[in-house]
Write a protein that binds this ligand. Structure first.
Ligand code: GLU
Length: 463
């Protein structure tokens, strides 16, 4: 296969959202899997709408998920002299020309075409102009688009595309202040960066024929295009903030794992049999942009959480502890950690949920679930005082030892284990749910457990 060069070309006008990151991932995978290059170009020519923060956030998001780009980041705002040079070349070769139409003239033309039920389009009046140009205005530069025939390309996702030449007019490539237009700079950059494959959202499909006209005018090789359908919400509408159109880094704050993010995104619009879990290595092995789905994909929060839970479970405790420091989870001694973490891993699907679960165990309850407390059996409560009075220290070391101790104690004292456990749970954790009672006892240790039981018994007495 020829050397593959792909790129991701975001406009830094808002934060990088998941649709953008998905496009980046597809480009990344295709390049990396083929030993090619993946380039990053920031399309910041719209100086009024740009934000340096957004450009920074894109790079930060890449760092978080571990997408590495090759070489330096290219900023379009730094390439104006280069674009000027190519505009001049097209003018010199008579492939582009100055157009002096004023706004009033353009408005009049449009009004006339609309009155005649025609699609508004430029009427080529300066295309072969030889006269003396008006001196009271700055011209724009227009490209000579083909007058007849078709512009054809084979999209890797959409298939054969054919656009009638008459549907595209001599569009502007440089404004009257000399600045180049969007389609022009995209085509120039892709060509100069040697981009062989362009994978992007299908909202850019209608730009492609214009870009092809520019490629042809300059004799550049046309890349392979892949236009990927949008990600829709479960109701089939455009993603809104509520269903995931947030900045990628917001997911980090919400406790998502980068591995889950990439795995979730790769499956939006692409599949490989019914496989759901993909390591980066597997993505590299199996992904092909030619297998992208031509219909839109649906954002599914439950699936994202399911994947996140999977990747949380996969992390070893020490790594997880490191990740959790960003969520204000203090370190534990490894012995306690290695009992608590597996218990929480089973129950959490985000790191924020994990941190919450951690606090629910490690901080003494500030109140007790009243519904739960009201159902407890007073006979069982009255045994709590004596329950741990003369216990072998081993039960505080191992969950299983604790479990068999409690069972034996219940049998010997004629208490139902089904009553003892909720009573202990209420005393230790204050509420139903959460990690197992025996795990909680061992994690908290003798002193803290007895302290919590005493506090609970005092509350019982006082109420
Ligand atoms: N800058 C464009 C965007 O953010 C992408 C251009 C392209 O991929 O060709 O939508």
């Amino acid at each position: 296969m020829a050397h593959i060069i792909t790129r991701f070309a975001p406009s830094p006008t808002g934060y990088l959202h998941i649709g953008g990151l998905r496009t980046a991932l597809f480009n990344y995978l295709y390049a990396r899997a083929n030993g090619g290059k993946f380039l990053l170009r920031i399309e910041d020519t719209d100086l009024a709408r740009n934000s340096a923060d957004a450009a920074k956030a894109i790079i930060e998001a890449f760092d978080w998920v571990g997408l590495e780009y090759d070489g330096e980041v290219i900023y379009q705002s730094q390439r104006f002299p280069l674009y000027k040079q190519y505009i001049q070349q097209l003018l010199d070769n008579k492939k582009a020309y100055y157009c002096y139409m004023s706004k009033e003239e353009l408005d009049a033309l449009r009004a006339e075409q609309e009155a005649n039920k025609q699609t508004p389009r430029y009427d080529n009046r300066y295309r072969d102009f030889n006269g003396t140009p008006p001196t009271d205005r700055q011209p724009v530069v227009r490209i000579k688009a083909p007058l007849e025939g078709e512009i054809c390309f084979k999209d890797g996702v959409k298939g054969e595309m054919r656009i009638q030449a008459k549907e595209i007019d001599d569009f502007i490539i440089a404004r009257s202040d000399g600045t180049p237009t969007y389609n022009f700079v995209v085509a120039i950059d892709d060509a100069l960066m040697g981009v062989t494959d362009v994978i992007r959202g299908d909202d850019h499909l209608s730009n492609t024929p214009k870009q092809i006209i520019i490629y042809n005018a300059l004799g550049f090789k046309i890349p392979q295009f892949f236009h990927v359908p949008m990600i829709l919400n479960p109701q089939g509408r455009k993603l809104s903030k509520r269903d995931g159109a947030m900045g990628v880094m917001d997911y980090k704050t919400m406790g998502y794992m980068p591995e889950a993010m990439l795995n979730f995104l790769v499956r939006l619009g692409w599949s490989y049999g019914d496989k759901e879990i993909f390591s980066l290595q597997e993505m590299l092995e199996f992904f092909s942009p030619f297998a992208l789905n031509s219909s839109p994909s649906a954002y599914n929060e439950d699936k994202f959480l399911w994947l996140n839970a999977h990747y949380i479970k996969q992390k070893d405790n020490a790594t997880l502890e490191q990740l959790l420091s960003a969520f204000d989870v203090p370190r534990l001694n490894p012995k306690t950690r290695d009992i608590l973490y597996p218990a929480l891993k089973e129950r959490c699907n985000t790191l924020t949920g994990f941190a919450q679960g951690f606090k629910e165990v490690m901080n003494p309850p500030i109140c007790y679930d009243e519904k739960m407390r009201s159902k407890l059996d007073s006979n069982t409560i009255s045994t709590l005082d004596a329950l741990f009075s003369a216990t072998p220290s081993i039960i505080w070391e191992q969950t299983q030892e604790m479990e068999s101790y409690l069972h034996t104690y219940a049998t010997d004292n004629d208490i139902k284990i089904g009553k003892l456990m909720p009573t202990l749970r209420c005393a230790l954790l204050g509420k139903s749910g959460g990690i197992g009672v025996c795990e909680a006892l061992v994690i908290l240790g003798q002193e803290e457990s007895l302290q919590r039981i005493a506090t609970f018994l005092k509350k019982q007495k006082d109420s």
